[in-house]
Design a protein around this ligand. Structure first.
Ligand code: SAM
Length: 456
């Protein structure tokens, strides 16, 4: 349930018309905290008719009591709709009937929706292809707004990047202007799903609005004690040439470094690609071996890398050090050679989300290698890259500015190949020079990497 201070902050983000009537939507109303905060703020400004949707029988009595109390205490007209918001909203949209709203405030449920579920089919019927209830709620609430209507929602950040939410990003950005994003800049406000840490944001959008600059605010927690805000051109939030429409949330200063033209190269410009390590261990259990033996090749997990580089084989390793080289497994193997790799999962304690290393073929006595699924690998058409490029790429990816830039569009601890594809890179020559510099050093500190990258 939304804490009172967050509900009050959300309510404060709306523009309120003077002497007009407001029709408020609260979808997934719970105990009515958001409707109450809105009415408290707006009651003196306009006549309010609020509609609260909720389907949980256990919560409905509390919601009913809250709405009754609000009706008595204020001049607002509060209605409760008992039932499934997705069903009701998609019906209204498909039939073109039912109330439309001037304002929507929501903290929607977070739940994956499977491809064959009723909710997925209903959302599809209104042109919204999405994988989670929270994006379904936001998309439908936007559809139920009048032109100029405003929506404020507190939702996880996961929709801002990644391929699954691309249709949702297109859906909302086609229909509405993005006005304000608030980021809780605190890990303890994040919640965990599938082992992935999620950050929450508050989003304000205006249906059919003219897209102008976007306010990005931050606070460490829901006391808003250290609230700060900045205004950014929309082109810094959604890049004009980005067909995936990632939503960036700029919060730091050093991330601007990567906006320089010298970092304007894509992986394709560099002649490189990045893929998820193809060996999924639980699907290939029979081919895995604890230690190397005849007929096997090295298998690399994140655990094979530490600050001093690649350690293989690892004695007493909990995972496997080797995979059988067979006709069946060969299609999953890479030729041995230099590659840069990035771990797909970091823990919240780690300072950086992006942790890169180099695969050094001299440490692997084989012509083929297996790269496990918890690593992303940079390669050239599944072939090795040059030693200097692998070292340069790894050093670059470990720079603080790269990590900060990455956090603009990725709010969780998972680093996927699509995210690395969306990054900006320096030129191939600059990366090679960086790689040559790192090779002359026994070890390189974070400060030294940062200084080098800042001068590219
Ligand atoms: C995260 S809670 C937020 C509650 C409240 N809006 C608040 O901010 O405190 C989401 C609410 O949505 C309700 N909900 C989940 N699925 C729903 C559905 N399909 N239709 C209507 N309500 C739903 C849940 O019962 C829950 O009360």
């Amino acid at each position: 349930m939304t804490p009172p201070s967050v509900a009050v902050f959300m309510a404060s983000l709306f523009e309120l018309p003077t002497k007009a009537s407001i029709r408020l939507l609260d979808a997934g109303a719970g105990q009515g905290a958001l409707t109450a905060a809105f009415i408290e703020r707006a009651q003196d400004k306009a006549q309010i008719a609020a509609t609260a949707f909720e389907f949980d029988d256990q919560i409905l009595p509390e919601l009913r009591a809250k709405l009754t109390a609000l009706r008595k205490r204020t001049n607002a007209n509060c209605e409760m709709v008992e039932g499934d918001f997705i069903e009701e909203a998609t019906n209204r949209i498909c039939l073109g009937k039912g109330a439309r709203y001037t304002h929507a405030i929501l903290n929607p449920p977070y739940k994956k929706i499977s491809n064959d579920s009723k909710h997925r089919a209903l959302l599809r019927a209104v042109g919204l292809e999405t994988v989670n209830l929270y994006t379904g709620f936001v998309g439908l609430a936007l559809e139920l707004l009048e032109p100029g209507g405003e929506l404020v929602a507190i939702i996880p950040r996961s929709f801002c990047n990644g391929p699954y939410y691309q249709p949702f990003r297109r859906f909302i950005l086609r229909r509405a202007a993005l006005r304000h994003i608030h980021l809780f800049d605190s890990r303890n406000k994040a919640f965990k799903d599938d082992g992935v840490l999620q950050e929450n944001i508050i989003l304000k959008m205006v249906s059919g609005g003219q897209q102008g600059s976007v306010t990005v605010s931050t606070s460490r927690d829901d006391s808003f004690a250290d609230y700060e805000e900045k205004h950014h051109a929309f082109a810094r939030i959604v890049f004009p040439d980005d067909k995936d429409q990632f939503i960036h949330i700029p919060t730091g200063d050093d991330e601007q470094l990567l906006e320089r033209a010298s970092f304007g190269h894509s992986l394709a410009d560099l002649g490189l690609a990045v893929s998820t390590g193809p060996v999924v261990d639980f699907r290939m259990r029979e081919d895995l071996r604890a230690d190397p033996e005849a007929g096997t090749v090295p298998l690399l997990y994140p655990g094979h890398f530490n600050a001093s580089g690649l350690q293989w084989p690892k004695a007493g390793f909990k995972k496997s050090n080797a995979i059988r080289d067979t006709v069946a497994t060969r299609k999953w193997l890479y030729p041995n050679g230099f590659y840069a790799v990035v771990r797909r999962f970091s823990s919240k304690e780690e300072r950086r989300r992006i942790v890169a290393n180099v695969i050094d073929p001299a440490r692997l006595p084989a012509s083929l290698i297996g790269i496990e699924n918890h690593l992303n690998v940079f390669h050239a058409k599944r072939q090795p890259i040059s030693e200097d490029l692998a070292h340069g790429l790894s050093a670059y990816l470990n720079a603080t500015a790269v990590d900060t830039y990455f956090r603009r569009f990725n709010g969780h601890t998972q680093v996927n190949a699509t995210d690395l594809r969306a990054m900006r890179y320096p030129s191939r020559d600059a990366l090679i020079a960086l790689g040559q510099w790192t090779k002359t050093r026994a070890s390189v500190s974070q400060d030294e990497i940062d200084e080098r990258v800042n001068c590219l």
